[in-house]
Design a protein. Structure first.
Lengths: 97, 462, 97, 462
């Protein structure tokens, strides 16, 4: 794998620019769903957890990995579901009225 | 080849996450945002499963399925419990990051593969991860009122906290110098766990939304650190998005409360002014539901200002009935939404949306205030601090400078609450003693219910 | 050097997100200076040109590199100067009036 | 170590470029944006000069100095010549990209170091670079009127263009398969150069702003391709910013003209309707400068709508005098800025800023239109298409659907132009025959000058 610190830093900088810009423009109306959506996205840690649990390099790493997979999946599933549940409630006035 | 494919999948996943958040800028596209987020996460998982170094899937698939099963009921919580669910979820996220960092450390230490760079990234990941984990647990406990919500303070707590932090940094530094001292690593973990608890414990329950948001940001940073550990750009990007979100939401809250981060973290707000309320003895005018119904139906424009009390009493469906009754009579009804009304950002919006009130009737503070003097009736439902004129007038008030909704400028102000007790900030509210204010004492749900009944019961309700 | 196609693509994607967002929010008032500013920034090609002219690997590459350095520097200097000249003209009403 | 330092310098340079464009979002911070851009560029150059493979500086420093010297006078051009300067500058940028690609190709081909990936990136860079170079030269020539500005069309031109493009792609493909066929490379260059010329030649001079903007975008993409060739993230990022800018400006222009990209590139607009103007013979009412002065000074609100004619006659300073005279008399004067008034995006803003008109008096089309019915006088100065009500009314007009400024809705409309000739789109304008429109025939600069004189000459100018 080709990776060095500055590569990572470069990506981090660009992603931070995007993150700050994008979030700043999220509608205030949706700040609660935003919290649960980013909560679900932060469970991206599942990527590292899956690798640990799958590579099975040592018993410790496998078990810790499996626990981490469990914890993150819980986050992902509940986070996305609850966000969608909240968003479904937001409705515009029906034009008929 | 397979490596390239995985990278490509990660790239698409990253783009989907960005679109996911972009689409949250508008309620019309917001659900599409959730689908993009789900798609991004699915791709991230599938891409990872393709990794050639994975030798067995049982340790992956079983916790994956169990986690999903555990996640489903967690998404059924009532909307009032969303803050504690989010906190709990952050605890899981922090734990996952911490565990991955721990496992990586022992693996690499075993093979002697720990460069200073890797060690540094792991230390950051582990500290942030475990701190988020315990901190979020305490926050969830306070919100669920399992742990006392009042600020738990004791002499020298700041000294202890900073000592802990300094110790953690010291241990981390020693590990950076010689990563093979594996006995130090558990110490680091314990310090991080303890720091998380002690950081959040002294903060009052009502400040938890800001704390949760900050912890969200930490969880994001832990993912970024994990990205550096695992050499994975997807983790770095998603973590950064998350970190930005937590940071910005905390800033929004602090600004709307006119407070600083340090004040939230170390200020123990919500306790200091406990005794102030009883200083002066004045009387407020009170009215009946019938009076209120009459006032409302004769108004041509009504602004409803909901607050935490509406959330507590779950009055939003009654409020919806009221909205319908008044709209039917040709009254122009708007909702004025203060950015920190309730107990989490956007709290009122979600509740009113749940009650099927069209979101184009919800108006933000800055947009409604210029219109307030023209409103016939301002109906305050369980809100207190967010309509306290002391924020504008009284330089000595702890909320001085906080932007508020100008309910006092409407021709008549009706205020629904159970008593003359203060709200979150613990200070008295001039508004209730103003000449043009009428109090409607009682639980918000039942008071609004009576008003609706009075309206529906024909004419002026007699 | 560690670099592969997908690394580059990743950076390109993030940069495009940033670019589209940032440019979309440039004030309409300033679209002409924006044109000359990005014109100057596009002369970043100078980086490649300098390397060619400095590494002197072959006569052809050195000469082409030197020409490219000349062309891009012209761009940089004139682009930034004219942008600044235009921007200096933009003034708010003096509050005194 | 030095490599890491260079990467760090590049990282900071990238951040500065992003801030540079961010700060352009507001005139207050815009100059800071230029400094950030200069700083970013300086760091990029310094970082590159530190590169360990550089063995001599004379071939760098001499062209650097010469280039800087050549750049200074190029920045003195009058504001009306900004479009052709920008085009010329793009030609230089494209040339630089093309040359770097060419040199890299021959170097790598000599050492047998051409992977398919590198070859692909070089082909893209070279095609985009040389195409931008000649295309921009033609555009500059048309704008400077060295080359005939009318669309130069001939039978089968699209066939020829596409054949050229297909050939270039074919040659590129052959090079990808076997990069060692060096004899094919010059053919690729020639094809790209020719394609650039033939692409722009058939487009009318007045469409050049859109073309320039597109070429800007190509120059950015060439830099991105160079970034892939040189394995440099700074080039990729800066190129992408540039590409985005060109793209968005072209889209803004196309939208404001209600046209599509294909229509601009292949439509040969501005020629087709050449004969339409003379169809009907009607008379317009004309007025003298004194009449205009009287109308203006008795108005309480005046909206000035400048267009290309103001730019041509350099009337902006007279307009400033008029603005001063009227403001002095308590008249509320605003400027209505159409997004494509003039010949480049933001053209009017720069001219009016040059004449020291405060930019908070410049109002965008969408913001001024609701106010137009309340304006006493709309003063159209050398604008035509952007105030043509046919865009709203006449389904058959070529500009139907283009958003316009509603000059016809003001109580009185004064229009300054030299004749009844049509503007850029070549179509007649109903506005001039409307009952409430008065024409002020003559060169904008002298007409406005007379109006100002009449105003300054006391009272109603008699
Ligand atoms: N939204 C956020 O993100 C956030 C985050 C952190 C802090 N905060 C803070 O939370 C506060 C929010 O202001 P707010 O005006 O919404 O709430 P508040 O100031 O806390 O006032 C709520 C009021 O509702 C009344 N109430 C409680 N239960 C009720 C019931 N069942 N029926 C009727 N009334 C009831 C209470 O009075 P009675 O007891 O007399 O009924 C109380 O005065 C602000 O101070 C803000 O700074 C908000
Ligand atoms: N801004 C951009 O980025 C851009 C880009 C591409 C295309 N365009 C196109 O350019 C057009 C711009 O519209 P516009 O209303 O500004 O200009 P216009 O429609 O081209 O009209 C300009 C008018 O100014 C008059 N004029 C010329 N010289 C004059 C002088 N010395 N004194 C007084 N009047 C003079 C001309 O009439 P007389 O000959 O009778 O004097 C002409 O009718 C639009 O059609 C737009 O689509 C703009």
């Amino acid at each position: 794998m080709q990776f060095d610190f500055l590569d990572g830093l470069f990506v981090l900088m660009l992603a931070t620019f995007i993150g700050l810009d994008v979030i700043r423009r999220v509608s205030r109306l949706l700040h609660t769903p935003l919290m649960s959506l980013t909560n679900a996205i932060s469970a991206i840690a599942v990527v590292g957890a899956i690798l640990l649990a799958g590579e099975q390099e040592s018993r410790l790493s496998t078990i810790l990995g499996a626990i981490a997979v469990f914890a993150s999946t819980t986050n992902i599933v509940s986070g996305f579901l609850i966000t969608d549940r909240m968003l479904k409630m937001f409705k515009k006035r029906e034009p008929a009225k | 080849m397979i490596d390239q494919l995985i990278q490509l999948v990660y790239l698409v996943a990253t783009a989907l996450f960005i679109f996911s958040l972009k689409w949250m800028s508008d309620p019309v596209t917001a659900r599409r945002g959730v689908f993009a987020g789900v798609g991004g996460m699915a791709l991230a998982i599938v891409g990872t499963l393709m990794h050639p170094l994975i030798i067995g899937y049982s340790w992956i698939v079983i916790p994956l399925v169990l986690g999903a099963l555990a996640g489903i009921p967690l998404s059924w919580v009532p909307l009032t419990a969303v803050p504690q669910r989010t906190a709990l979820s952050h605890a899981f996220g922090g734990l996952a990051a911490g565990l991955v960092g721990t496992a990586k450390y022992f693996l690499w230490a075993g093979h002697g593969e720990l460069t200073t760079f890797r060690m540094g990234a792991i230390i950051l990941e582990v500290i942030l991860g475990y701190l988020t984990c315990t901190g979020s647990l305490v926050a969830a406990g306070k919100l669920q009122e399992v742990i006392p919500t009042r600020p738990i303070m004791y002499r020298g707590q700041n000294v202890i906290n900073f000592t802990l932090l300094a110790l953690a940094i010291g241990v981390g530094g020693m590990l950076m110098i010689d990563p093979s001292r594996t006995f130090l690593f558990p110490a680091l973990i314990v310090l991080a766990l303890a720091f998380g608890v002690l950081l959040v414990l002294p903060i009052g329950g009502a400040d938890m939304p800001t704390v949760i948001s900050l912890l969200n940001s930490y969880a994001g940073l832990a993912a970024v650190a994990m990205g550096f550990v695992m050499e994975n750009k997807l983790l770095i990007t998603a973590g950064a998005l998350d970190g930005a979100s937590g940071l910005i939401l905390s800033i929004v809250m602090c600004k709307a409360m006119n407070r600083s981060f340090t004040n939230v973290l170390f200020g123990a707000f919500g306790q200091v002014q406990a005794g102030v309320a009883q200083v002066e003895q004045r009387t407020a005018k009170s009215a009946t539901a019938d009076d209120a119904a009459q006032l409302l139906e004769n108004a041509s424009s009504v602004v409803i200002i909901p607050g935490y009390g509406m959330a507590v009493s779950q009055a939003q469906h009654r409020v919806h009935d009221l909205y319908e009754e008044l709209t039917k009579r040709g009254v122009d009804v708007k909702f004025a939404i203060h950015p920190v009304a309730g107990r989490m950002p956007g709290h009122m919006n979600v509740l009113l949306a749940e009650a099927e009130i069209p979101y184009d009737r919800l108006v933000e503070m800055d947009d409604i205030n210029p219109e307030m003097p023209r409103a016939d009736v301002a109906l305050v439902i369980g809100a207190n601090d967010v309509v306290n004129p002391a924020a504008r007038r009284d330089k000595n008030s702890p909320i001085f400078g906080m932007p508020i909704i100008d309910a006092d400028k409407a021709k008549v102000c009706l205020a629904v609450k159970r008593s003359m007790n203060p709200g979150f900030a613990g200070i008295e509210n001039e508004l209730y003693f103003a000449d043009n204010t009428l109090m409607l004492f009682g639980d918000a749900k039942s008071v609004i219910g009576e008003v609706v009944k009075s309206l529906a019961g024909g004419g002026s309700g007699h």
